[in-house]
Write a protein that binds this ligand. Structure first.
Ligand SMILES: O=C[C@H](O)COP(=O)(O)O
Length: 270
């Protein structure tokens, strides 16, 4: 496959999960912005996004808009419904109105604790796209599947299910995050080669089932215990276009270091 990684702008997305209230969110985003600006971070070269809990999004929007920050933001989940009697759910149009760019669909914790199926992930991604949001579709295997050596096949089946029926032009817009469940929040980092193996297989599947040009455009992230020190090795892989960062995104210096992996690779000051 043609190596067009340079045409895919890397994305570092910080998933705060159920951490950080709306007051803390303002401090965290402000400090992240100052830290990155101070280091002259080039947001066109490496895109930075935060994915706070729903209750924080309005505060983050106000700050980002007011200070004209280049940090993007989004949500951790979205309803498959447009509106109506769905207590506790949040629609894609509500997120769009809040200026969200991204929304996670099918994070492994949603699949694990809320039994989200590939069909539901597909419905959520579809709703996100209809409302102008970019879904970050999450896939990845558990430890038993990895040990059985079935991780590639398993993950590709999730990709097929999550993208079923989407139009080529819609698939081109999405982001896919490969997060091996055994490496999430455990300190167990998949090796760069582990990440590359599955990310390359996902790209290959898009090439086969959608089109080579779509496969070359879609950004594929790795997620699972990424830290400042592991980011550059992971990002050196040709089919890895960014990271979905959980725990480390709650620490400004750590997350800023991940976003600045290129500068740190070149030995510039941290
Ligand atoms: O959404 C992020 C992934 O679940 C990774 O989380 P983690 O960096 O805490 O392992």
């Amino acid at each position: 496959m043609a190596d067009t990684a340079a045409a895919r702008t890397p994305l570092m997305a910080g998933n705060w999960k159920m951490n950080i209230n709306h007051v803390e969110a303002v401090h965290l985003v402000q400090k992240l912005s100052w830290t990155l600006q101070d280091k002259k971070h080039d947001f066109e070269r490496v895109e930075v996004a935060v994915l706070p809990p729903f209750t924080d999004i309005r505060s983050v929007q106000t700050l980002v808009d007011g200070d004209r920050m280049k940090i993007k933001y989004g949500a951790q989940d979205v309803s498959k419904h447009d509106a109506g009697a769905y207590t506790g759910e949040i629609s894609a149009s509500m997120l769009a109105k809040l200026g969200c760019t991204y929304v996670l669909a099918g994070h492994s914790e949603r699949r694990q604790y809320h039994n989200e199926s590939d069909a539901l992930v597909n419905a959520k991604a579809t709703k996100a796209l209809e409302n102008g949001l970019v879904p970050i579709v999450c896939v990845g295997e558990g430890l038993d599947i990895r040990k059985a050596g079935e991780h590639v096949e398993y993950t590709l089946a999730q990709v097929d299910g999550a993208l079923a029926g989407l139009k080529q032009d819609d698939v081109r817009k999405i982001v896919i995050a490969y997060e091996p469940v055994w490496a999430i929040g455990t300190g167990e980092v998949a090796t760069p080669e582990d990440a590359q193996e599955v990310c390359a297989a996902i790209r290959g599947r898009l090439e086969e089932t959608i089109s080579p040009s779509v496969a070359d455009s879609v950004r594929i992230l790795y997620g699972g215990s990424v830290k400042m020190n592991s980011a550059s090795g992971i990002m050196a892989q040709p089919d890895v276009d960014g990271c979905l960062v959980g725990g480390a995104s709650l620490q400004v210096d750590e997350f800023a270091g991940i976003c600045r992996y290129l500068d740190l690779q070149l030995g510039y000051s941290s």
